[in-house]
Design a protein around this ligand. Sequence first.
Ligand code: GAL
Length: 380
Amino acid sequence: MQKIFKHIGTIVFIGFIILSACKQPAKTIKPGEIWLDNNGVHINGHGGGILYHQGTYFWFGEHKIEGKAGNKAYVGVHCYSSDDLCTWKDEGIALSVVEDTTSMIVKGCIVERPKVIYNAKNKQFVMWFHHELKGMAYKAAMTGVAVSDRVTGPYTYLRSVNPNPMCWPIDYADSLKTKDYNFEQVKRWSPQWQEASKQGVFLQRDYKRGQMARDMTLFVDEDGTAYHIHSSEENQTLHVAELNEDYTDFSGRYARVLEGKSNEAPAIFKRGDKYYMISSGCTGWKPNAARSAVANHPFGPWTELGNPCRGTEKEMQTTFQSQSTYVLPVQGAKDSFIYLGDRWTPENAIDGRYIWLPIEFSEDKPVIRWHDEWSLNTFN
Ligand code: GAL
């Protein structure tokens, strides 16, 4: 009799465990809402990117403060970690801006769109970010690099540069290297101006001092080659630039892509043997229609695939009120990618929201639709 009771007890206990597991709400992502970290604070990781390392996702983003001041860097780059992409633990500030007024990363400079990659050869984490110098608005157009032996940091700032001085892009016609555009006479945004910028008038101008680098991302290919992709040439043309072996400098090999098409906010991912890019146009903090493109190599040529968003006219014209920052491959789910975007709030920068949406594919083209709430089960 006692035995029977014991068995019944065990069965009831197991049933209880199963039932309570089933009752657990699926962990979900709610684009545009307040996203609380483990301390109950809205996640402060704007313009971010994610590194998957040894079973954990690490999110790095711009730490913003309240008000308009938050559009500049007064804290640095914030890091969070997660196993499920829905619950996030605050890992603190990975890269700090400093009080030292002689440092290039003095408080009040601009640090945007930080991305971290892992270099398996020397076991180092390498962070790159769009860097503008204090008091110079967006004129410097530099990219900064910092390294750490620990994924969550602290990262040691190395330097900021205008990439690839004295290097011409691959496949760039000799005749254009010395072309005289007689540019002083040319009216900004006139067809002649646009044609000259497409051909490389700004590339030629910046040849000696190094190229402009504003909105940026990083991409590591399966063979370990890392690329730094940035809006260059007055935001007219993207540069896809190879990094050196330890990922802390440029190798000197780079390509101009989508020349004269004014792409910002590039995010690159690989599906099968194709490379895809999601990007935006140039309208500052205001959202615009996303773009997409495909190539057989990061250096291109890239073929434009149009606006990946599907929805109402407004949703399509504003990318669901967001601007791309990264595309995350979901681990353990083949061909599963998440669009990561920012809904900027420049009047109160800290309140910016995160628009993360699953990417579908239709005829080998990326497609993004709105979801109020969704879970990773979407990819099953
Ligand atoms: C956007 C860019 C942001 C930020 C902003 C400043 O176009 O994507 O990262 O630089 O301009 O106005």
